[in-house]
Structures are given as C-alpha cells and as structure tokens.
Design a protein around this ligand. Sequence first.
Ligand SMILES: Cc1cc2nc3c(=O)[nH]c(=O)nc-3n(C[C@H](O)[C@H](O)[C@H](O)COP(=O)(O)OP(=O)(O)OC[C@H]3O[C@@H](n4cnc5c(N)ncnc54)[C@H](O)[C@@H]3O)c2cc1C
Length: 561
Amino acid sequence: MLTENELQLSADVLVIGGGPAAAWAAWAAASQGAKVIIVDKGFLGTSGAAAASGNGIMAPSPENWDKVLSERYRIGKNLANSRWIERVIEKTWLSLPLVEDWGYRFPKENGESVRQSYYGPEYMRVLRKNLLRVGVQILDQSPALELLLADDGSVAGARGVQRQHHRSYTVRAGAVVLANGGCAFLSKALGCNTNTGDGLLMAVEAGGELSSMEASNHYAISTAFNATVTRGVPFGWASYSDEAGNDLGGYVDGRRDPSFLPNALLKGSVYARLDRATPEVKAVIEKSHFISFLPYKKAGIDPYAERVPVTLILEGTVRGTGGIRLTDDSCGTKVPGLYAAGDAASREFLAGLASGGGGPNAAWAISTGQWAGVGAATFAKSLGDRANERVARPAGQVGLRSATVGGTPSPKLGRSPSPSPSSETFDSEAIVRGVQDQMFPLEKNYLRSEQGLLDSLAKLETLWQQVQGNPKQDTVRDVEFSRRAAALTAVARWAYFSALHRTETRSEHIRMDYPETDPSQRYYQATGGLERLWVRRDWIKDAIATPPALTTQTTPSVSKL
Ligand SMILES: Cc1cc2nc3c(=O)[nH]c(=O)nc-3n(C[C@H](O)[C@H](O)[C@H](O)COP(=O)(O)OP(=O)(O)OC[C@H]3O[C@@H](n4cnc5c(N)ncnc54)[C@H](O)[C@@H]3O)c2cc1C
C-alpha cells in the first residue's frame, strides 16, 4: 500500500513546482519568516523549462522602462495591462542583483554586470543552493497530485507521491503556491515534459478558475531528426527550403513572417540551413545556445552548410499564456490561501494572448513567484498557529478515484475503495496519445476553426469519460501517470473550449473562420468546470494606451542573443 508508510509533514507555506517561479516563491515566503516546503516533480535545479537552457530576461535598465512597457503593451494587442507590465519590469530589475549576491555570475561589460539573460542550469543551481541556505525543505521527485481543502473552502495543503521512496505524502499548510509550470502535453520539448498541467486541474477542483486558455498553442521550431531542443534563436539566421531545394523565402517587409513556418510545414517538408550567420553570430550562438548544437554534433552535421529537416513542437502554455486566473496583486486565486506563479498562472496581464517568450516569461516567473510567496506567507500567518489542525479533505477526483465508486472521494491517496463491477481501468498511455492526436497537429491547433474545434472537443469528451473510470494504481508510477492523463485531458478541453468561444484571430489564437482581430472582443476569457465546461468574458475596462510605432528588423541583433 502506498499509504502504509505515508510521509506526513506540515508547513506554513507549501510550494508546488521546482522551476524559477517556485524557487522565488519559496524564498520570498521564507523571507517573511514562514516555514516553507517545496515539492518538485523532478529534481529542483534540473527540472522544468528554465533549467533546460538559457533564458533572455525582460529586465531593462530604468531609462528604458517606458520603451519596453510600450513594446509589451503593443504586442499584447490591447489585452495587456500597463500597470502589471510596469510592476513586473521593476520587480525583475530589483531582483536580479540578489541572484548575483547568491552566487550567480552575470557577464560583465566595462566592469558592470549585464543582467539580460541567464544560463538555466547554473541559475537553478544557485536558486536551489539559496533555498537550502534559508531553510526551505525540498522534496525532489515528489509530484503533487491533489490539494487539500478545509471546511471553509480554503486550501490546507496537498498530497502527492514520492517516486524514489514509493510512498505517498501529505503536506499540511496554511497556504499553497502552485508554480508547476505550463502544459506542453508531453510533446518532449526539452525541459517541458514534467509540465503536464497538473496544477491547473488541482486549482479547478479546488474552486479556482483559469484564464486565456485559448492562448495554449505555442509551437517552437526544432530539428526534425531525433531531437527536441526548441531553442529558436539559431534559426533566426536560417534560410529555408522545400524538399526539392527551392528557397521558401518567408520575409515580409524584411521581417520573417511568424506564420511562415507553420504554413510551409502544412504543405510539406521544410529544411533549414544556418547560412545567414556571420562568423560573429556563429561564435555567440554556439556559446550561448550550445544545447541547440548538440543534435547536429551527435549526427555529424554542419548546420551552416547542410540542410536539415525542421519541425514545430508544441510547447502549449509554456511559452503560451493561459493558466490559473489571478485575482489580485499578490497572485491570489479564487480559492482562499491558494496562489499561482510563473507559467502556471495566466500571463494575460503581461502578454495578452501573445507568447511571453524571449524575456517576459522569465521576468514573470521572478516577479509573480515573489508576490505569490509573500501573499501565501501573509495568508498563512493570518490563520494563526493552529492552521494545520483544521479538518481537511482531499479535493482531487478524476484520475485518482473512480467516479463510479459512489461519488465519495477515498480518504486514502492513490487507492480507491474496491471498484464497482462497472468501473473499467483506463489505459493512461492511450489517453495521452488520444489527447496528443488532438493537440499536436498544426491543422487542428495552429489553424483553428469552429468545426475542427467541435470535432476535437467531442473526441476529448470521450477521453474525459474514460478517465472517470478506475485509475491503475499498483505502483507510484501508475498513480502519477493516471492522474497526469486526467490533467492533460482536462487542460486540452479547457484550451479548445476557450478557443471555440473566442471568435476572432488575435496573436497566437488563429481562427480560420474569423481571420481578423475584432476590436470589440477586448476581454479576458475565464474558463473552468469539470463535467460541464464554461467560459466567461471578463471585460477590460482600462483605456487603451497608445504605444509608439513598430520598428522593423531584418534579423535578430547579435547583442540580443
Ligand atoms: C526552449 C525554451 C526557451 C525559452 N526561452 C525563454 C527566454 O529566452 N525568455 C523567457 O522569458 N522565457 C523563455 N522560456 C520560458 C521560460 O523557460 C518559462 O517561462 C519559465 O521556465 C517558467 O518558470 P516556471 O517555474 O513557471 O516553470 P518551469 O521552469 O517549467 O518549472 C516548472 C516546475 O514545476 C514542476 N512540476 C510540474 N508539475 C508538478 C507537480 N505536479 N508537482 C510538483 N512539481 C511539479 C516541474 O518539475 C518543474 O520543476 C523558454 C522556454 C522554452 C521551452
């Protein structure tokens, strides 16, 4: 029995996740004097999107704040929020010197630190070391599976499993931060396979809401041969050709049209050759993005001279926007005591429905992580010393407990009461494949249409009914994978249901049947529901800001690498 030697712990604040958002949240909560436990599905320091490679950070120096704010607002197509953009920029700018104090070495220029990007593995190593220094307890390889709720509906902790100890765990806490990253639907995009949307399902089960889930279809370029590195920067210097070697161009007004690659791939194979890179560019990209070169090196390919087949891999909400809806400046959610940060939280205030890749996302993780951590510590403190004596019940259902078992959630994690004869054990791998069949294809998720979305939703509904069945739970791995299959199905349904209801094309949400951006659809779309999905329009009432004119650029500049 997984529950026989269950680990039971308590804290003021529990942080779920192990990327930058979680690390900043845990540090910020600990800095308020809170006792903090952090649980990561992988190993905190190597798991998640940031740990897998380097990130540019949106951290302009103060004289450039207005310019960057305007650019972000423009990219958000009137859905972003100037006040939030400003507070993220400021918080990030003020936070990066701390990382340096903790031991990270940013490059120097004229004796000054240039804090515009970080090398993911080293950044995460420093953040982990700092957490241990301030007394945060870290449980690695311990995916959280469900939240605990107190009688008044506030969050009271979470439960999960420890992969290496083959047991379940319960952490009682006064407040919880969900910082479990985005959802990349197990596409294998490097660093993203731990990010399966578990936190979104946990939040909704607990009474929370999601927002901007139509912005959940970010695709990123990768070589098509046996590699899933989705670093796009080197491809800024590529020329593209089709199977026969014909140049595919792809430039509009001297700028690469973002729709070029998906549209070309929908017609057939596409090959890239990095022949536009100058020796100076080559030196920089090989140093800063060497992980992108590993596949070439392993295959003995010279990417500057040879054509290599490329593809687009779904990153979903990792570099998309949708996630848990934030309800206040401290990154609170609709559930008292539950906070969200980083890719798990909807980034709509910063990005609208656009991608926040290239700098904003890293800044969002740093800033929302800290606001959520402080918010959670403050909430936990307000409950007094007996917070963890509250009666609490597990909030999880689908993928953990069969819906056919009398409707009462089992008190034991990972074990349903004896299944009723009618309950069938679902095959979690088949469910995942079924979800991916709807989410991966460009013709379904990149180019959306009402009929296509309805067809996919019908198939996802069938999968959703299947995951109501009996989850396989013989091992810790079974428990985790059954729940993961349910989470992926749930996220896919919310994504497509939201996409169905936004009848316009805006940023990464492309509707073939509504090809124009409709200025009257200036709202965030909240969504949720388990059995019955719903959407709500949260109208944006702020006046539209007038950003400066767009400047065009032929290729990325070397200084921005
Ligand atoms: C190829 C690539 C390049 C990128 N480049 C940039 C860039 O240049 N600039 C930029 O701003 N952004 C960039 N991003 C995005 C950026 O990496 C993310 O926004 C950032 O990592 C978000 O941090 P996070 O902590 O929210 O999520 P992550 O870093 O993804 O971490 C999520 C963590 O949650 C854990 N987790 C998941 N589920 C559970 C669970 N059930 N229980 C416990 N733990 C769980 C995971 O193990 C992981 O540790 C890039 C992303 C990719 C994929």
